[in-house]
Design a protein around this ligand. Sequence first.
Ligand SMILES: [Zn+2]
Length: 255
Amino acid sequence: MPAQIHVFRCLEDNIGALVHDPVTGACASVDAPEERAVLAALDQTGWRLTDILVTHRHADHIQGIEPLKRRTGCRVVAPAKAAGHVPEMDLAVREGDTVQVGGLAAQVWETPGHCADHVSYWFASERVVFAADTLFTLGCGRVLEGPYADLWHSLQRLAELPDDVRVYCGHDYTLANGRFALAADGANEALKRRAAEAEAAKAEGRFLVPTTIGDEKATNPFLRAGEPALARSVNKEGALPVEVFQALREWKNRF
Ligand SMILES: [Zn+2]
């Protein structure tokens, strides 16, 4: 039976996600942005929390861990590189490790760039990846711990997944991302449609998560840094994609 996934908004603009294995009843919260919102999502779904899969050490992804662990006794899985920052860590994971959520298996991919300890969880059997603050709908995370090449390579790696893979991200910045994407890649028809779709979704109180690898490859300027149009937008024609990527990311920081 396929995994069931429930997403919800929390804090200012974070996106929480629960992954439930209907066979065993196991349920993981991907990160723990906020105790109250995770408990409300568990209440709404009727699922019982067994695991927290931490993607990186930033406060808005881990601050709900201690109260949730106290309340549920769940296991806390977190990147080995975040040790000392993530409370209540039960299992430290690294590149290539596999984590079980009941009968569901997630491969751990180290996806640094936003910060050095960032990992993504790839559920191959479900064709679902939780990329947190690496890849967003129409955007990507800020590079808080360089070099820029780290995030570029992490994004490239995600982009090699099949087009139909669903991507769950850690924040809903879709409207701002869409406006920047249009500034950088305004002749892209697929992007124009997507940005309009994002505006319509927002007006209805929805958000465009999950996205797919295929949609992001077609519309996300940070995955399209190798395209001539994107190089032109930052006056870097002929430059390496990673240099175009850095210029785009720096432009977005000021946008
Ligand atoms: Zn973060």
